[in-house]
Design a binder for this molecule. Structure first.
Ligand code: ATP
Length: 235
């Protein structure tokens, strides 16, 4: 579904991604793990069109999307939930969800999908008229994910969905990620919480200072002594 080949991305002189190659098959959950500053968010931003690569190709469903405008990429079925969840604080929960569907014209279907988001996240239904800026961190994460789902993505890019959340909420968010995937959405998940990420993923890539250094099935990475010591706190 997605094939990234030899991607180089720069911020001015900073070479943030150095020849990154990876692929995601339809139906998978693939996770990218790596330390702070490794280049994980940079990769997601490049996939969603927020950054332009200097070299390399991105094939998505047999189209080349590297360097295409973000709006075109959303239209093609890729939604990005950025780090820090950026909801529109002065709009209500429901208005944020409606905005997620701004490229769609099927208003009946949009209403149905809003109801589906409420079924997935009952907390959002309770708070549908609340201003989003007043939601808790976990609720804002749910809203950011709900808004991305409203674009009806085929591929969902999630950047650190567990960041700053209490353990119970982390568990809930990961269960929801698995539900969304079971519903037919392919997921590329960036996570600092390698333990949780590997527990839901089919496959994983490790990124270190802009390069992919290890890749394999989630089970292989969970069993690797090197990965255990570096990313799983030794166990
Ligand atoms: P984290 O887990 O801390 O979010 P990350 O793996 O997502 O890390 P990136 O945010 O992709 O890392 O950053 C990769 C590198 O690019 C870092 O060295 C970072 O300082 C640099 N970088 C990121 N954004 C910019 C920017 N706008 N201008 C200059 N350098 C940047």
């Amino acid at each position: 579904m997605l094939k990234v080949d030899q991607l180089d991305v720069f911020y001015g002189n900073i070479h943030a991604l150095k020849g990154v190659s990876l692929d995601v098959q339809e139906g998978e959950i693939v996770t990218l793990i790596g330390a702070n500053g490794a280049g994980k968010s940079t990769l997601l931003k490049t996939l969603s069109g927020l950054l332009k690569p200097k070299n390399g190709t991105i094939q998505y469903l047999s189209n080349t999307i590297a360097g295409k405008p973000a709006q075109e990429i959303v239209k093609a079925g890729i939604s990005h939930v950025p780090e820090g969840r950026r909801v529109f604080s002065n709009m209500t929960v429901e208005e944020n969800l409606e905005l997620g569907a701004f490229l769609r014209k099927d208003s009946k279907e949009i209403q149905k999908d809003i109801q589906k988001v409420y079924t997935t996240f009952p907390r959002l239904l309770e708070r549908r008229k609340q201003l989003s800026g007043t939601l808790s961190g976990g609720e804002q994460q749910m809203l950011a994910m709900g808004r991305a789902i409203m674009a009806k993505p085929k591929l969902l890019l999630l950047d650190e969905p567990s960041m700053g959340l209490a353990p119970l909420m982390v568990k809930t968010i990961f269960e929801i990620i698995e539900d969304i995937n079971r519903g037919g959405t392919t997921i590329l998940l960036v996570e600092q919480n390698a333990h949780m990420a590997l527990s839901v993923a089919n496959r994983a890539y490790v990124i270190e200072t802009g390069r992919v250094t290890v890749s394999g099935t989630a089970a292989e990475l969970q069993a690797s002594e090197e990965i255990k010591n570096a990313y799983l706190g030794g166990h």
